[in-house]
Design a protein around this ligand. Structure first.
Ligand code: NOJ
Length: 559
């Protein structure tokens, strides 16, 4: 049996779907999404074809960072449900063949967490050392803050004891001190707790911040001796407790540093990492109508262990960060996709969803998702992308893209029957509102974006070479075109994407192929013959794309 035929290393061929229970589906009409509501919508996800859910934080929270400020790592936010509801969700998801991963946010707690309340009581409190304190005046750290609109330092003076605590994010999110073995034990217990309830892994928040204790601690001796040894420990613990549980890390760093977070080519630290570099390059390529930046990002990925995997994405719940582009490149993307100040945030990102950024042009929207699902790696989508939801800019923060899911054209987009004032945030208004963009209408429409997503996902699942294979960018003469080939085992997929508005004809030449081979379109009907030297001329519309399976003589694959 080949490994692609089993669930082993399932993440290599997965399709991930991120959602926040709070904004997905309200089943008890109190205005807040809940676990029973999500359970009711699992069949939408099965129908779509995704294979793994990533649940954003659903723990008790002080709600200063949309759930990323946790007050009890073992609890469930009572507005969303109970432990019983979580277990029902996991059980029902597994029954439908869906895996479930959950956010692990242990770089920090809420300042309302009982551990921090204890910690700040006195310098000799038993919990004092669970956080990072310093008594001397901190240096200027204004260049290190993550949220420059709210913070100007990563240290906050706590009046009671006259010392400063570390907070890499908001001041309401004090950093845990992972140099303290008691904290490390507790983190292991948290991992153990949720895995015991049946989850399939974690999306690990802010990994570099969690591990980086250098330069933030007052005493050299307090630093983690080897941060990566600690990450290896967490992974080993997860491996012991689960069968194929994953750590999908948020590590927005250059590729060479990301490689370290995989554990180099040993692959014994993070199982997966988001490809932030590829995501940012995609937008630069789109802005320019030039596939070059994306091609360079993809070929610039370091070699990893076969088990390690990139998670590809074009949008997530945060700002569309452009922090790894140069200032000029960033301005190009801003000019193309978010020229107004209210679309931008922290001078580095956009608080928009994809369709409005592309002016609602269905050709370009489909082009981008065709790319996403045909690039090497594991595609990750954010709820609402499958129907082309827009953002609500009036929210004025990262929450602009976290509006309620749009199920129907009815009140509150079918998300809740409660009064609008009780919802977690506004439903999108205007041209991307539920009247125009919703699941109910699109599920029966053969030409809808949702139907297109289903097709992309179904075809992708038939092409394990996309998740598993070797990847190469093929030479061809058009700067606007990305031609890439993914090959693995006896399968090969040639994908062509034209990022420009002009139609082109792409000459392709496939090594080792001859006139007995064919190129079979996977997204539309059609085949293209190759000549005796494996060559063909493939036409593409402006913003056109093709997925072409390289078919060997006598194939038994369904085409
Ligand atoms: C990264 C999360 O994606 C973001 O939403 C959050 O604000 C920070 N980490 C802090 O937890």
């Amino acid at each position: 049996m080949r490994v692609s035929d089993t669930a082993d290393l399932w993440w290599k061929n997965a399709v991930l779907y991120c959602l926040d229970v709070e904004t997905y589906m309200d089943w008890d009409d109190d205005g807040t999404g809940d676990f029973p509501g999500l359970v009711q919508r699992l069949d939408h996800l099965v129908d779509l074809g995704v294979t793994c859910l990533w649940l954003m934080p659903f723990y008790p929270t002080a709600e200063r960072d949309d759930g990323y400020d946790i007050t009890d790592f073992y609890g469930v936010d009572p507005r969303l449900g109970t432990h019983g509801d979580v277990v029902e969700l996991i059980r029902t998801a597994h029954d439908r063949g869906l895996r479930v991963i959950v956010d692990l946010v242990v770089n920090h707690t809420s300042d309302q967490h009982p551990w921090f309340k204890e910690s700040r009581r006195s310098t000799d409190n038993p919990y004092r050392d669970w956080y990072v304190w310093r008594s001397d005046t901190p240096p200027d750290t204004s260049d290190q803050v993550v949220f420059p609109d709210q913070e100007d330092s990563i240290w906050e003076l706590d009046e009671k004891t006259g010392e400063y605590y570390l907070h890499q994010f908001y001041k309401t999110q004090p950093d845990l001190n992972v140099t303290n073995p008691l904290v490390r034990d507790e983190i292991a217990k948290i991992v153990g707790f949720w895995t015991q309830l049946g989850i399939d892994g974690f999306r690990m928040d802010a990994v570099p911040f969690l591990l980086d204790t250098a330069g933030t601690s007052t005493a050299e001796a307090d630093r983690l001796p080897d941060p990566h040894a600690y990450l290896r420990d967490i992974r080993a613990f997860l491996d012991r407790r689960t069968n194929g549980g994953i750590l999908l890390g948020e590590v927005n760093l250059p590729f060479d540093e990301q490689l370290e977070f995989y554990g180099g080519t040993d692959g014994d630290e993070l199982t997966m990492q988001f490809d932030f570099i590829g995501m940012q390059a995609t937008y630069l390529s789109l802005a320019r109508g030039d596939a070059g930046p994306l091609a360079r990002a993809l070929t610039g990925r370091p070699a990893t262990a076969p088990e390690s995997q990139w998670a590809t994405f074009v949008r997530n719940h945060d700002e569309l960060t452009l922090d790894k582009l140069t200032e000029d490149e960033r301005q190009e993307v801003f000019a193309a996709f978010g020229p107004e100040p209210e679309m931008q945030i922290y001078d580095r990102g956009l608080i928009r969803r994809l369709p409005p950024m592309l002016g609602g042009d269905p050709r370009r929207i489909r082009l981008v998702y065709s790319l996403l699902f045909s690039l090497p790696g594991t595609p990750t989508i954010f709820y609402g992308e499958e129907i082309g939801m827009g953002e609500q800019l009036s929210v004025g923060s990262r929450l602009a893209v976290r509006t309620p899911m749009q199920w129907t054209s009815g009140t509150n987009g079918g998300f809740s029957r409660a009064r609008a004032s009780r919802l977690p945030g506004p439903v999108v208004t205007g041209g991307y509102g539920p009247e125009f963009v919703n699941v109910a209408d699109q599920r029966k429409d053969p030409d809808s974006l949702l139907t297109f997503f289903r097709l992309l996902i179904a075809r992708r699942k038939e092409c394990p070479e996309l998740g598993w294979g070797s990847f190469e960018v093929l030479d061809q003469p058009h700067t606007a075109v990305l031609a890439h080939l993914c090959s693995w085992d006896d399968g090969a997929l040639l994908a062509l994407h034209n990022l420009g508005a002009e139609p082109v004809v792409v000459p392709v030449a496939l090594d080792g192929c001859g006139a007995e081979h064919l190129l079979a379109d996977l997204l539309v009907e059609g085949t293209t013959a190759l000549d005796e030297r494996g060559r063909a001329e493939v036409p593409l519309e402006g913003y056109g794309f093709r997925w072409l399976r390289v078919v060997a003589p006598g194939t038994r694959r369904l085409l």
